[in-house]
Design a binder for this molecule. Structure first.
Ligand code: KIV
Ligand code: ZN
Length: 497
């Protein structure tokens, strides 16, 4: 079997999604889960873009041992200097530098020429080589770059010392045949191609990211750039779990990864929960319905012989249908074990707090599922927030004017207000606004479907506009009004310091 390297960019390209930003502690948690999953490279951030990104690359470099830690730069010296500094503690490190190579980038973004861009590409790689041996070069918008010019750039950067050359389909435009042919063209026309690895980096704007990535691999690429759950800007990036399972199912491709596929589901849940980014129910491999058969014909077939309708065993991705559900009778050890399976390691102090909340929830709903457990761990994380909901009382009903009383704790001090509104959530938000006197507007309000019974935990995502910026909030509660108020408070906490 030939080896394919998995380059995970959940913490860089994935984290660029508005509202999905993680703090450093959360990024370390994801990085450790990715290490346990078996990825080869973790792209930990774009250090020059913000102090937060810089610090995360430093912290992840210290926290993770086995995977290569990679930092992104533009093809300019200052970026490369800062990336090298951020990577100083990494056991194995890589600088990922590059420049746009399509006509769109050369003409309109840089107002430059092909020759000048070629020189800048070579200079960037040579400069990065002063700091690290492992330099990856990206040809941004390679998907729409003329193949002959692309081959010239790839040849030149390999000669300058690039160990990996990334061929991004930045806009998600290519057809699988087109992208596969591009990789084939480079494999056949770049003389020094044996001195470097070609990498795929496909965006999903037309829903072809995974197909393009596999076409790239079938034509010679030996690294794939992917994110957990396919998260990323716009329609996202190629999904790690899809590529890993395609290669596992299609043994005939003769290509293998180091991914421990049994950790896919827990890593997916962890990323989704930390980023407050729900996974669509019909998402391949990790969606709630991915292994659910509802039609009678399918169910009958699966019961007689699983393989009649299933190409993968759910256990292979870590979905254990027989996993013991947690209930009010479960002890701390069972909760700790479930958290650990889901990639959350807690000390005894934190476990005690989560367990306290767990017992309260278990009183309200019969079975506690993985999402609930992650939600409880998230509540513990948000304990340090400056503004907290102390109490909420709402009266509403047919023929009644909805009224809400809200109590907040702001840095430990109690504040109260009451207001009416055109619905219970509106009334509660009006009361909140009487305490937090800012001109803020609710822009988006999503309630995630409750589909495990009427006692299930409802999840609310909100976007609140304040002073020209948008802030994202998340709340989860068996009481959907309380979840909405919590989401609003979560957003407010991001701008009221
Ligand atoms: O999509 C893209 O082109 C990128 C590069 C910066 C690697 O993310
Ligand atoms: Zn990208």
């Amino acid at each position: 079997m030939e080896r394919l390297f998995i380059f995970d960019t959940t913490l860089r390209d994935g984290e660029q999604v508005p509202g999905c930003q993680l703090n450093t502690v959360e990024k370390i948690q994801v990085a450790r889960a990715l290490e346990a999953l078996g990825v080869d490279v973790i792209e930990a951030g774009f250090p020059i873009s913000s102090p937060g990104d810089f610090n995360s690359v430093v912290a992840i470099s210290k926290a993770v041992t086995w995977p290569v830690i990679c930092a992104l730069t533009r093809g300019v010296q200052k970026d490369i200097d800062v990336a090298a500094e951020a990577l100083q503690y990494a056991k194995r490190k890589r600088i990922h530098t590059g420049i746009g190579t399509s006509e769109y980038h050369i003409k309109y973004k840089f107002n430059s020429t092909q020759d000048e861009i070629l020189e800048r590409a070579i200079a960037a790689v040579k400069y990065a080589k002063k700091y690290v041996e492992d330099v990856e070069f990206y040809c941004e918008d390679a998907g729409r770059t003329d193949n002959v010019y692309l081959a010239k750039v790839v040849e030149a950067v390999i000669k300058a010392g690039a160990t990996v050359v990334n061929i991004p389909d930045t806009t998600g435009y290519c057809l699988p045949t087109e992208y596969g042919e591009k990789i084939k063209f480079l494999m056949e026309n770049v003389k020094s191609i044996d001195k470097a690895i070609l990498s795929t980096h496909c965006h999903n704007d037309l829903g072809m990211a995974t197909a393009n990535t596999i076409a790239g691999v079938m034509n010679g690429a030996r690294q794939v750039e992917v994110t957990m759950n396919g998260i990323g800007e716009r329609a996202g990036n190629t999904s790690l779990e899809e590529v890993a399972m395609i290669l596992k199912c299609h043994k005939g491709l003769n290509i293998d990864t180091q991914i421990n596929t049994q950790k896919i589901y827990s890593t997916s849940r962890l990323v989704s929960s930390l980023m407050n980014m729900p996974v669509q129910a019909n998402k391949a491999i990790v969606g709630r319905n991915a292994f659910a058969h509802s039609s009678g014909i399918h169910q009958d077939g699966v019961l007689k012989n699983r393989e009649s309708y299933e190409i993968m065993d759910p256990k292979d991705v870590g979905i254990d249908e027989n996993a013991i559900l947690l209930t009010a009778r479960s002890g701390r050890a069972a909760l700790k074990h479930r958290l650990s399976v889901l990639g959350v390691e807690v000390d005894n102090g934190k476990l005690d707090k989560i367990y306290e909340e767990f017992l309260k929830l278990a009183d309200k709903k019969k079975d506690i599922n993985d999402d609930d457990v992650l939600m409880l761990a998230g509540m513990e994380r948000s304990e340090q927030r400056r503004i907290k909901l102390d109490y909420l009382q709402v009266t509403s009903g047919v023929g009644l004017k909805p009224v809400a009383s809200v109590g907040l704790l702001i840095a430990g001090e109690k504040f109260e207000a009451a207001a009416s509104g055109n619905g219970p959530v509106d009334a509660a938000i009006n009361a909140l606004k009487q305490i937090i006197k800012r001109k803020m507007t609710l822009q988006e309000f999503t309630i995630q479907a409750i589909d495990r019974g009427s006692d299930d935990v409802g999840k609310v995502h909100m976007q609140v506009e304040y002073d020209g910026s948008v802030y994202y909030g998340f709340g989860a509660n068996t009481d959907i009004i309380a979840a909405s108020v919590e989401a609003y408070i979560d957003a407010i906490n991001k701008f009221v310091k």
